[in-house]
Design a protein around this ligand. Structure first.
Ligand code: SF4
Length: 172
């Protein structure tokens, strides 16, 4: 969800579906205006990409290419045409993947482009250059992506899936 027009949106199945979101398991992540949505998209795609079983090419390779592109953008090396490339790859992966993971894993990228395109443009235009991707959560420190990723990596695969499903229903 983004933007002022959604602030009063009822949190129920029909309302969320109407604006292209989903209820999932009912979890909700609240971020402030300092959160970089490009970093957030990269963060979620990195987990779902890691979960790809590799059976079908669009999911296996497409998510890798999307992740590489997002990483370049967040490191200040974005190029003209990267947004269009991400849109094309995301739609292709959704259309051509066999299971729900591939069909939904581009969603964080597609929805952040749809609702926060100016943030992508600012990165690519050189107005935001960071030596390394910013932390999606500034506090508490224990929830920074690096620590969070380390915690998740140490979990058994089944537990990791359960955590990601709660955080990002589209990854289920
Ligand atoms: S879409 Fe599903 S079946 Fe295909 S590679 Fe991704 S996880 Fe595997």
């Amino acid at each position: 969800m983004s933007a002022p027009q959604y602030l009063d949106l009822p949190i129920d199945y029909e309302s969320l579906t109407k604006v292209g979101s989903m209820m999932g398991s009912g979890g909700m992540i609240v971020m402030d205006e300092k959160t970089c949505m490009v970093d957030i998209a990269r963060f979620f795609l990195s987990f779902t990409q890691d979960e790809s079983c590799g059976k079908c090419t669009p999911c296996r390779l497409g998510t890798q290419r999307m992740l590489e592109t997002l990483t370049r953008i967040t490191q200040g090396q974005g190029r003209e045409g990267d947004i269009e490339l991400l849109l094309e790859m995301g739609k292709g992966i959704k259309d051509a993947s066999l299971c729900g993971l591939g069909q939904t894993c581009p969603n964080p990228v597609l929805s952040t482009i749809a609702h926060f395109r100016s943030e992508y443009e600012a990165h690519i235009g050189g107005n935001i250059v960071r030596p390394e991707p910013a932390k999606p959560w500034s506090s508490p420190p224990a929830k920074t992506p690096a620590r969070f990723a380390a915690t998740l990596s140490a979990m058994p695969r089944s537990s990791r899936r359960a955590v990601m499903k709660r955080l990002c229903p589209s990854s289920a």
